[in-house]
Design a protein around this ligand. Structure first.
Ligand SMILES: Cc1cc2nc3c(=O)[nH]c(=O)nc-3n(C[C@H](O)[C@H](O)[C@H](O)COP(=O)(O)O)c2cc1C
Length: 365
């Protein structure tokens, strides 16, 4: 029997299932919408000139189906920055350490231009992203690290549903005071930038703080039983990121996909080596090298990516089995084979139905 169905936030956004998917891949966003979920497209890795055509293409393929856009807008970045001048100012010890890693691992320079080889996060870049989102047909705007009062106000004025990812009750209170429509309670189990509180402890605290506003549970979720558990904790749905890395629509490099299939929850760790801020990733020899004695402390955002962004691009371009890594959560346990978004959604819904049925059966008649 079908038990999993739309919650209030689903009805507000016009989706069938309370399953929300974050992804950088437009193909994942389209496939999620087709399977009855709500896809949220991450723009944090796009070059400014690519954003408008990318959004136009996604909207053409969605043909009116609702979707969201996610922005990552940390404070403390330069007003304007070009990568060459930022690179020229990096500390010598860090530059030498990374040069040593490149020669030890035989990692060549990447050949394809991309976000990590040409961009530095700056206020000018963020403004271009914000303008593109506000001009888009996205139904929802989500913001991770760094909440900006003016963006929430502008998005709400443009009729967008605003969602804020939070990792603590303190973050939640700040977001609620700015009038956001919904919160994602993202626990430390999550792939990507994260705080220290685990999902199972965080969700009830954020549900209490939200005082009736919708909350989605995120971090470590890879099964339908966990989607059902999210509802049991008072969330109106679940927000997943890592799971979609296994879908064909994500175009994950083969060596990374194998690593994710082989990885267990304990093969992920929180490190500043990726971006300069605490970020949960799946381990590789590159990440391990930053944890070893003698390794320098990673630089603050956005300097760490100016230092290592080209290497991140190179290990993906060359599909280096030993080095390749990506943001990934403890939910990596749920990745066991290459698959598709449609198959993943069908499994999540069937598992959630079974879990809800089992709960019903436990209740006294
Ligand atoms: C590869 C990857 C990149 C991510 N990048 C972002 C991002 O740019 N903005 C954001 O709000 N969340 C980002 N996240 C976090 C997700 O939005 C989501 O909260 C998280 O994946 C949930 O935990 P899970 O990975 O265990 O499913 C990222 C997650 C992954 C796996």
């Amino acid at each position: 029997m079908a038990r999993l169905g739309p919650t209030a936030i689903c009805r507000e956004l016009g989706v069938r299932y309370p399953i929300f998917g974050f992804s950088h891949s437009p193909d994942v966003i389209v496939a999620l919408a087709e399977a009855g979920g709500f896809g949220v497209l991450g723009l944090a890795r796009e070059m400014p000139q690519d954003i408008a055509p990318l959004i136009a293409e996604v909207e053409r393929r969605l043909a009116g189906k609702p979707y969201g856009i996610d922005l990552m807008l940390p404070a403390g970045v330069p007003k304007q920055a070009d990568i060459a001048s930022v690179r020229a100012q990096l500390p010598d010890a860090h530059v030498e350490f990374v040069a040593g890693l490149r020669s030890r691992f035989g990692l060549d320079a990447p050949t394809r231009p991309g976000f990590f080889t040409t961009q530095v996060r700056s206020e000018a870049l963020f403004e271009a992203q914000i303008e593109a989102v506000l001009a888009s047909g996205a139904r929802a705007v989500a913001t991770a690290i760094g909440i900006r009062p003016e963006l929430i106000a502008r998005a709400r004025a443009a009729g967008k549903y605003t969602i804020s990812l939070v990792g603590s009750p303190r973050h939640a209170h700040k977001a609620l005071a700015l009038g956001v429509d919904a919160l994602v309670a993202q626990g430390a189990d999550a792939g990507g930038h994260t705080g220290p509180i685990g999902t199972f402890s965080l969700v009830p605290q954020i549900v209490a703080a939200a005082a009736g506003r919708p909350v989605l549970a995120a971090g470590g979720i890879g099964t339908g039983a966990q989607v059902a558990a999210s509802l049991a904790m008072g969330a109106q749905g679940a927000w997943l990121g890592t799971l979609w890395l296994a879908a064909a629509e994500n175009h994950t490099p083969p060596a990374l996909l194998s690593r994710l299939i082989d990885a267990h929850s304990e093969d992920t760790l929180i490190t500043r080596a990726h971006s300069g801020k605490p970020c949960r990733v799946v381990r590789s020899a590159w990440i391990d090298a930053w944890q070893q004695a003698g390794a320098p402390e990673p630089l603050p955002m956005p300097l760490q990516q100016a230092l290592t962004g080209a290497d991140f691009s190179a290990m993906h371009e060359y599909d280096r089995a030993d080095l390749i890594y990506e943001a990934a959560g403890q939910s990596v346990f749920a990745i066991d084979a290459p698959t598709t978004v449609a198959a993943q959604m069908a499994t999540l819904v069937a598992q959630a139905d079974a879990a809800l049925g089992a709960l019903e059966a436990m209740l006294p008649a």
